[in-house]
Design a protein around this ligand. Structure first.
Ligand code: PBG
Length: 322
């Protein structure tokens, strides 16, 4: 007797493409940039080959080149020349991010400009909020975050992305944006942001490592998944338009849960340490970079992300890795 069984549909590349459920869509990638107010024109970040801290002039050159490759969305981080207790550089009208947003807006009207809203790059102690007696204070931080978001919107940001993880910051930002007429500026909230060792290279890049303690009192515990659902639902209640899971690779289950939890778009952040690992492995000859990057990004999309912030974006486009 003949046993009939379905074919596996892997006979060749064309049929494999036909049945593939997921693909990397380069329109869904967001490229991060570090703009440095007081540093040299270009300073490579040791742990992140290919990613530099750059002056405003160099940023415009990088973005011009990247836009020609097909980068359509940018996430902007600032490194101020001075840091203080009140994170003045974060919300100053002439802060480095505000200047950069205005310049990008003017030179690249088509580019979607997203700004990271946080205080840690701007505070003298490196924490994401106001500190008193060695403690990060949630509520006094909210006004500063709202001021920061407003200053970004005024400069022309298309979207603001609060990454601090203070409670109530999405509501605080929404209220201030609305009061000032920025009712159409969406908020992409870093909703489920874990306290992660994978942020190490970023903190080197941004000079934002906390000077005492850690971020475990405000960022999430990697052992918790239900708590991520709670954080996401809170942010949605407060008015988030896109919710983010961060990091991505050790949290693919969280991406899937959040995807199932909400109808809102879900963003995943393929963070600095995840990028560094791939670069280090490729450099050591332990893996093929193109194949690793493709597999990683595909996995993040397959888990349920609608969009991915990734430092690999430029390489993916420049080298046709999709
Ligand atoms: C600011 C912020 C961080 C990252 C994005 N926004 C650092 C942190 O929370 O310590 C990390 C990004 C990356 O690692 O690529 N709070």
């Amino acid at each position: 007797m003949t046993m009939y069984r379905p074919r596996r549909l892997r006979q060749g590349p064309i049929i494999r493409d036909l049945v593939a459920e997921t693909r990397i869509d380069t329109n869904k990638l967001i490229m991060p940039y570090f703009v440095d107010e007081g540093g040299p024109a270009r300073q490579p970040i040791d742990a992140m080959p290919g990613i530099d801290r750059v002056s405003l002039e160099e940023l415009l050159m990088d973005v011009e080149r990247d836009a020609a490759l097909g980068v359509r969305s940018a996430l902007l981080f600032g490194i101020p020349s001075a840091r203080d207790e009140k994170a003045t550089g974060a919300w100053a009208g002439d802060g480095i991010v505000q200047k950069a947003v205005r310049a990008l807006r003017k030179n690249f009207p088509e580019l979607l400009v997203i700004t990271d809203v946080c205080l840690c790059e701007y505070t003298s102690h490196g924490h994401c909020g106001v500190v008193k007696d060695g403690k990060v204070l949630n509520d006094p931080t909210l006004d500063l975050l709202a001021d920061t978001a407003l200053s970004h919107a005024r400069a022309g940001a298309d979207m603001v992305a609060p990454s601090d993880m203070m409670d109530g910051r999405v509501a605080a930002i929404r209220e201030v944006l609305d009061e000032n007429g920025y009712t159409d500026t969406p908020i992409m909230s870093y909703a489920a942001k874990y306290a992660s060792a994978f942020y190490g290279p970023f903190r080197e890049a941004a000079g934002s490592a906390p000077q005492f303690g850690d971020r475990k009192t405000y960022q999430m515990d990697s052992r918790n998944a239900r708590e991520a659902e709670k954080e996401v639902l809170l942010d949605i209640d407060e008015g988030a338009d896109i919710v983010m899971v961060k990091p991505a690779l050790a949290y693919l289950d969280i991406i899937t849960r959040v995807r199932e939890l909400t109808t809102l778009p879900v963003c995943a952040y393929n963070v600095s340490g995840e990028y560094s690992m791939v670069k280090a492995a490729a450099k050591a000859g332990y893996g093929d970079e193109a194949a690793l990057v493709k597999e990683i990004l595909t996995g993040i999309f397959r888990a349920g992300a609608d969009m991915v912030i990734s430092y690999h974006t430029r390489d993916v486009l420049a080298k046709g890795w999709w």
